[in-house]
Design a binder for this molecule. Structure first.
Ligand code: 3PG
Length: 209
């Protein structure tokens, strides 16, 4: 069976979305899939985020369902119950990593320092979310930071400040399993329910991989 890093590497793009209405969530996921997106990170930043996750898992076209902004052990367990395929967090909280492991939820913790990489490795995670990528030095930072750990098979999902114009410079690195960002499904287009525009953004991003 493929591990999380292998599956994420096949997807290459993780579309980040924050949505609060479960019907919108299904339409949004379908628009992304129609545009060629294979993996999403649904953030826990809206009151109904878990309902949206269930709706996507049950009603949308097949997509790799990631839950993001997982900040507590309970949220990790609930993500699993809602049908998540994986979860990520902006930071590296070992209690959350261990809770995800406990329920069998593949997890990619957030890192931006060597110490956080070492904590992640110690708790069994070799795929990590490099966040916030854009403001902490981008690929230059990731390459020098990851150099001492390359032999351990680490890989990363850079997030934060990525867009159509710079996604390729990240994807070209063998350290990068997939890139992600919210520019494909931004808040204004979700609010306007402009699924056609989101699908177009997804197609443009997919054409770069
Ligand atoms: C995330 O939650 O993964 C990031 O906030 C996405 O960052 P972006 O909004 O800069 O794409």
């Amino acid at each position: 069976m493929k591990n999380l890093a292998e599956k994420v590497k096949e997807a290459r793009i993780v579309a980040v979305l924050s949505v609060n209405d479960k019907n919108d969530a299904v339409d949004l996921a379908n628009a992304l899939v129609d545009g060629g997106i294979k993996a999403i990170e649904l953030t826990l930043r809206t009151p109904n985020a878990f309902e949206c996750a269930s709706a996507i898992a049950e009603k949308a076209q097949k997509v790799m369902l990631g839950i993001g902004t997982v900040l507590t052990p309970d949220q990790a367990a609930e993500s699993k119950r809602r049908g998540a395929d994986f979860a990520v967090s902006p930071g590296c909280n070992v209690r959350v990593i261990d809770a995800a492991k406990e329920v069998g939820l593949p997890f990619a913790p957030g890192i931006m320092t060597p110490s956080e990489i070492e904590q992640s490795l110690e708790h069994g995670c070799t795929l990590m979310k490099f966040f916030p990528a854009g403001t902490t030095g981008g690929m230059k930072h990731l390459e020098s930071m990851a150099a001492p750990y390359k032999h351990l098979g680490v890989s990363f999902i850079p997030l934060g400040g990525l867009k159509l114009s710079n996604m390729k410079e990240y994807l070209d690195s063998p350290l990068v399993a997939a890139i992600g960002g919210s520019w494909i499904a931004p808040a204004n287009l979700i609010k306007a329910r402009d699924w056609a525009a989101i699908r177009k953004n997804a197609e443009e991003a997919s054409s770069q991989i």
